[in-house]
Design a protein around this ligand. Structure first.
Ligand code: DGJ
Length: 719
């Protein structure tokens, strides 16, 4: 049993193999009492605060209790308007203009397995894999009920949370803020860890030591975006990659979000995450309900590394879906950096022929194949092939690729419309806009309103037609601008719900097509997207050194097997840097290895090297896909980086070492491996040398970092 209710203590205990999360009904409120290492008995709130939290000046709403105010009480889903004066999880404006909500415990229910979240992506699990607790809270005056969902995945050491708000009154109300979850931790020694960035430098790790006040990350861009990712972790100040307490939070959502941690004047830290309340007002009519997105919560007392591995396992096994969740994925070549818009059928076939020789299995045609699109200023929405470039049409090109014994994949940007497109001329009202206001363009395009049924039908039909009539086994789903002039405060969320509906429909209709998400690189790399598409184009920056920062940052929460990672040409198109081919190959093989360059311009020697990289990648693809990642040395030293992946069954270990900036005549360093079987012996596949797991972990492998941009790789097999 992973969910237990202890009646006498009014305590709910959620146990995973290594952790315990506990709540208590205290003074009628749902209090948060513990989250940490697994313990059998959790002290009650009164026991925990027996030495007193005095709180002079706190408004009294919990008469007769030791903690007499919700302003002092650590809570699970705090509301606005009454005694708790901290940031609320829920803020409702009622028909009479008032906005006081006071939730009190009403009932609970436990069930095996996990109910679906209607219309939203979420983790899933069988009755054997997880157990769900539903706690119902009621505001008796407004007749608002809130159902809090907690699903426990014991083996994965993960808890997921979401909330459903139900209006049982006979009048409408407006949700001004409805977080997916909140929790109060009465501790103050935290560092806020998050993934910040911009186009071409997504998800760099950043750390902010907590102080009194609020630290937050958000997006109001209509998408989760490049600048912040819907993930953050609260790391104890003394926690490291391998040691100490860390709590991580990932929102399963691709739109506007807010994640925040606020430390109050009693050094209690309130953590919450959900849809961004900025420009969010949701009208809730009588009898209507609102389901928040889900958040994945992970506690680790073995540092950030173990937190990441726990996130990776749940995302891989219980969030990603479809045939490609477990199946090997093809090595692809994408023509974007090879040709940009300047291609025709012959050019693509020429590249494809070379690609076949090096072992590529899938040729992906990127932007520019439709309408009059020779630059980024036209034709989005007109999904009809450009026969000047492709005289035999998409099917003709697909056949040519197929005849080389490779599959064919295609790029789309389904959510967008160019103002000079036929689609826009016919339906100027289909784009997101505010009547009477200028329609701001970005990359010369506007956004179609995914929440409108006729728009979603158009997109589903247009893509279905192409996917049915052409032999396409892969789709790159791109999105290249942020949302402006949203029509009202429900628009951004309705857009995302519409988008999810479209993606659900298309991935269900075409279950054998591999879909890869993209948004000007990794601008919407989030857990919501991974539910529909099991891989994402990590960044438009394909420079191998920059990719170390980006891929390492991304790995804080997302599995490396979800990251599209391609070998591209040098000098690199984004940074101008020239990196050796083996360095580029090693970085790409720590993700979904692919190619993004004009193979017809490479020497035979380079082609041979790529061919070897592909064979090697295939040999260990399953390790990258399902293995456990250990970040041995962080790239953020800007000098070097090292990573290790252990296969799911523990039999194979891949070790990558990267020297970014060499030190001439420098010292020998020992790379100490992690997570091995100390009793076992591991054989180096290349040299045949056998070394004990204990020696590899505690004495280490000697590495020298004498020159720049050098990479070394070891494959160790357990004997
Ligand atoms: C942005 C993507 O990230 C690129 O890979 C490429 O597909 C371009 N869009 C095409 O416009």
């Amino acid at each position: 049993m992973s969910v237990i209710y202890q009646k006498e203590k009014k305590q709910f205990l959620l146990h995973t193999v290594h952790t315990t999360y506990a709540m208590e009904v205290y003074g009628g409120c749902l209090a948060h009492s513990y989250w940490g290492h697994r313990i059998a008995n959790v002290p009650t709130i009164d026991e925990r605060y027996a030495c007193g939290l005095h709180g002079s000046m706190a408004p009294v709403d919990l008469q007769g209790e030791l903690l007499y105010s919700t302003d002092l009480l650590p809570q699970e889903y705090p509301t606005f308007g009454s005694a708790d004066l901290r940031h609320p999880a829920l803020h409702i404006r009622y028909a009479d203009g008032s906005n006081v909500t006071r939730l009190r415990f009403e009932s609970y229910r436990m069930l095996q397995g996990k109910p679906k979240l209607m219309g939203l992506p979420a983790t899933y699990g069988t009755e054997a894999e997880c157990e769900t607790l539903e706690i119902v809270l009621l505001d008796a005056v407004s007749k608002i009920r809130v159902v809090l969902y907690y699903t426990v995945f014991p083996e994965l050491d993960i808890i997921t949370r979401s909330s459903r708000i139900v209006n049982e009154a006979d009048k409408s109300c407006v949700l001004e803020r409805a977080a997916s979850f909140a929790l109060d931790i009465v501790e103050d020694d935290f560092t806020f860890v998050h993934l910040r960035g911009a186009w071409a430098r997504e998800r760099h790790i950043a750390m902010i030591p907590m102080e009194y006040g609020t630290v937050s990350i958000d997006s109001a861009r209509g998408a989760s975006g490049h600048s912040e990712n819907p993930f953050f972790a609260m790391k104890k100040n003394d926690a490291t990659e391998t040691k100490g307490e860390v709590m991580g939070f990932a929102l399963v959502y691709s739109g506007n979000f807010l994640g925040e941690a606020s430390m109050d004047h009693y050094a209690s830290t309130r953590i919450q995450m959900g849809i961004n309340p900025l420009n969010f007002h949701w009208n809730l009519g009588p009898g209507e309900e609102f389901q928040t997105p889900e958040a994945i919560l992970c506690y680790s007392d073995q540092g950030l590394g173990e937190m990441s591995r726990r996130f990776h396992r749940i995302i891989r096994k219980n969030l990603c879906r479809g045939v490609y969740r477990d199946a090997p994925r093809p090595v692809l070549i994408n023509n974007w950096e090879a040709t940009y818009f300047d291609f025709d059928q012959n050019k693509i076939v020429e590249i494809a022929k070379k690609a076949k020789l090096v072992g590529v299995e899938l040729v992906v045609l990127d932007d520019g194949w439709f309408g009059k699109r020779n630059s980024d200023d036209c034709s989005l929405g007109d999904w009809k092939v450009n026969t000047e470039k492709l005289p035999e049409g998409l099917s003709g090109l697909a056949q040519r690729i197929n005849s080389l014994d490779m599959n064919f994949g295609l790029w789309f940007e389904p959510e967008m419309v160019s103002p000079n497109s036929e689609l826009y001329q016919t339906h100027p009202d289909w784009c997101i806009h505010t009547p009477g206001r200028e329609r701001t363009q970005s990359r010369n395009q506007l956004i179609l309103d995914m929440s409108r049924e006729e728009v979603s039908n158009y997109i589903i039909d247009a893509l279905s037609e192409i996917l049915t009539t052409t032999a396409i086994t892969y789709v790159k789903w791109d999105m290249n601008r942020n949302m402006t002039e949203a029509a009202g405060a429900e628009q951004a969320h309705r857009y995302i719900l519409g988008l999810y509906h479209i993606m659900d429909e298309l991935t269900t209709r075409f279950p054998n097509v591999l879909f890869e998400g993209c948004s000007s690189g990794g601008g919407r790399f989030d857990a919501g997207f991974l539910y529909y598409m099991p891989q994402f184009w990590t960044s438009d920056d394909t420079d191998a050194v920059e990719r170390l920062y980006i891929q390492e940052g991304t790995s804080l929460v997302y599995p490396i097997g979800t990251m599209g990672a391609h070998v591209s040409a040098v000098p690199n198109h984004q940074t101008g840097r020239t990196t050796p081919l083996d360095f580029r190959g090693a970085v790409a093989s720590m993700g979904r290895y692919g190619l993004e360059l004009d193979l017809t311009k490479l020497t035979q020697e380079e082609l041979n090297e790529i061919s070897t990289q592909i064979q090697e990648y295939h040999r260990y693809e399953q390790v990258v896909h399902a293995g456990d990642l250990y970040r041995l040395r962080t790239a953020y030293s800007r000098k070097d980086a090292a990573y290790q992946i252990i296969s799911e069954d523990g039999s194979t270990v891949l070790v990558f070492d990267f020297c970014i900036v060499g030190e001439p005549n420098g010292k020998v360093q020992w790379l100490k491996l992690q997570g091995l079987d100390a009793e076992a012996v591991y054989e180096d596949v290349e040299t045949g040398k056998c070394v004990g797991g204990d020696s590899l972990m505690y004495a280490g492998i000697p590495v020298s970092h004498g020159c720049d941009l050098k990479t070394q790789k070891w494959v160790l097999v357990k004997r």
